[in-house]
Ligand binder design. Structure first.
Ligand SMILES: C[S@@+](CC[C@H](N)C(=O)[O-])C[C@H]1O[C@@H](n2cnc3c(N)ncnc32)[C@H](O)[C@@H]1O
Length: 267
């Protein structure tokens, strides 16, 4: 049998793949299938994820300042509107970005308005929904840098347009910040950041590397780091391992988990 013509069985990301001449014949996510058999989801939902409950007395606690910020952000998110963003969203989607609680966008906008950061960094541009939610509520002289490994213009559901970049306040970098050498190139930018939003692949591999690189940044003052998807299985250890004051605001952000961290602040 020549190379490339055999049946291969691989197991990346808990999936058996059977392929013939590079074409996938069968794919089976065995871990999820077994979990669903032995721990079936006890109710019906449009979408569901496995997660874990754990004690918090033995984890790093939020500071009084972070608690106050969280309460203020919840109150503001309850009132603010993202109508213009909703209108950019694909109409066939089951819910708009402004659905809240359940999605993070109004909480992000509220935090942008309350903190009035001069420099925002987003890691994971995607379609640009979170980019636009925050940008709308930033001060006029604020700069926002959004990072992704893929350009926003190639996203099939891109909400961003060229016009969003016209005033020079928003810039996208197509760089992988989990690479220490790449992060090093952006240290000057990161050192000025006052608000950082991390919403990347949530594979539990990229995020620990990124956070390790963030440890090396000489921040002018400790930024607020917002993490998305902290209740997703692969992100549980990442969130638990953060050694700075932190607050899980999942009930007021994304249903997959939203957390705030005073990055670099002593406990
Ligand atoms: C969930 S999407 C982001 C959604 C976006 N924040 C929003 O709310 O509209 C995750 C994004 O992370 C990007 N991504 C994956 N690996 C990355 C990496 N190493 N660095 C930066 N972005 C990455 C993916 O290309 C994808 O666009």
């Amino acid at each position: 049998m020549r190379k490339g013509q055999h049946v291969e069985i691989r197991d990346p990301s808990w999936t058996f793949r059977v392929a013939w001449r590079g074409k996938t014949l069968m794919r089976w996510n065995w871990k999820r299938a077994l979990l669903q058999r032995f721990l079936p989801i006890p109710f019906s939902a449009r979408n569901a994820e496995y997660s874990l409950l754990a004690s918090t007395d033995d984890d790093v606690r939020p500071s009084a300042q972070l608690l106050r910020l969280g309460i203020q952000a919840i109150q503001r998110a309850a009132d603010l509107r993202l109508d213009a963003l909703d209108q950019r969203f694909p109409p066939n989607f089951p819910y708009p970005p402004s659905l809240w609680p359940g999605q993070q966008y109004r909480l992000l906008a509220a935090l942008a308005e309350i903190l009035q950061p001069r420099q925002v960094i987003e890691i994971g541009t995607g379609a640009g929904v979170s980019t636009l939610a925050m940008k709308q509520y930033l001060p006029p002289d604020a700069q926002m840098a959004t990072f992704d490994v893929a350009p926003w213009s190639r996203h099939p559901d891109a909400c961003l347009t060229q016009a969003d970049f016209a005033d020079g306040r928003l810039i996208q970098h197509t760089d992988d910040l989990s690479d220490p050498a790449v992060m090093q190139r952006h240290h000057a930018l990161f050192s000025r950041a006052e608000l950082i939003f991390l919403d990347a692949p949530k594979d539990g591999v990229m995020e620990p590397k990124l956070l390790a690189n963030l440890q090396q940044v000489p921040f002018t003052k400790p930024p607020l780091l917002i993490l998305d998807d902290i209740r997703v299985w692969t992100m549980l250890k990442v969130w638990r391992g953060i050694p700075y004051p932190k607050l899980d605001l999942t009930s007021f952000g994304s249903w997959t988990g939203t957390g705030l961290v005073e990055w670099g602040r002593g406990v």
